[in-house]
Design a protein around this ligand. Structure first.
Ligand code: GDP
Length: 199
């Protein structure tokens, strides 16, 4: 598993705090409670890796994890949407930073959008997918908590999401069922992200 040595590097609230933009990185987005931390932890075989992203005050930061021994390759945990209310001015500042980052970040190779398989494609998810699409970046829809549905129901949702995304996205999007609980789908997730990072 190329992600087993992942470790926290830094959290950035402004462009100056970002690591040099010369490597390769993959962003993870998801609404709060979607299961993003569990997915990152499962992918990296660590119990508490993504907990750092959840500490109060980190809700408006990009959290970078490095992937030794690969220098300059990162996983980037985007803050979950839907946390405690933030003053409007701060929220707008953050939105502007995030949008700019998506637009300009040379190292960005792809976006994983983590969604509860029972509630896929909400506004926030579509917004993040829109950012990636504007850049022509590939995306991967990770439909997690699949253990909460029967295999048939999970499969139907995967098909429905694939269908909805296929018109705008064509081949540049993947859709898969996943479970942080049972680890179902973790190999596919690792393969997609490792492929984007060329590692
Ligand atoms: P985050 O806010 O997106 O980082 O979500 P978390 O990973 O913290 O998960 C939110 C809640 O959903 C927690 O109670 C997790 O235990 C639960 N959860 C996350 N992934 C799964 C999953 O695949 N299956 C089940 N049954 N529960 C999950």
């Amino acid at each position: 598993n190329p992600f087993a040595r992942a470790r926290y590097l830094l959290a950035a609230h402004t462009p100056k705090q970002l690591p040099p933009d010369g490597g390769a990185e993959v962003a993870f987005a998801g609404r709060s409670n979607a299961g993003k931390s569990s997915a990152l932890n499962a992918m990296c075989q660590q119990n508490a890796l993504a907990r750092v992203s959840k500490t109060p005050g980190r809700t408006q930061q990009l959290v970078y994890f490095e992937l030794p021994p690969h220098e300059g390759k990162y996983l980037v945990d985007l803050p979950g949407y839907g946390y405690a209310k933030v003053p409007l001015a701060l929220r707008e500042h953050w939105q502007a930073f995030l949008e700019q980052w998506f637009q300009d970040r040379f190292a960005l190779r792809g976006l994983v959008v983590v969604m509860d398989i029972r509630h896929p494609l909400k506004d926030y998810d579509l917004q993040m997918l829109g950012y990636a699409m504007r850049r022509g970046l590939p995306a991967h829809a990770l439909l997690t908590k699949a253990d909460k549905l029967s295999r048939g129901a999970a499969g139907n949702t995967v098909q429905a999401v694939r269908k909805q995304l296929s018109v705008p996205w064509g081949d540049s999007i993947g859709v898969q069922a996943f479970s942080g609980e049972t680890r179902a789908g973790v190999d596919e997730l690792r393969a997609v992200v490792a492929g984007w990072l060329e590692m």
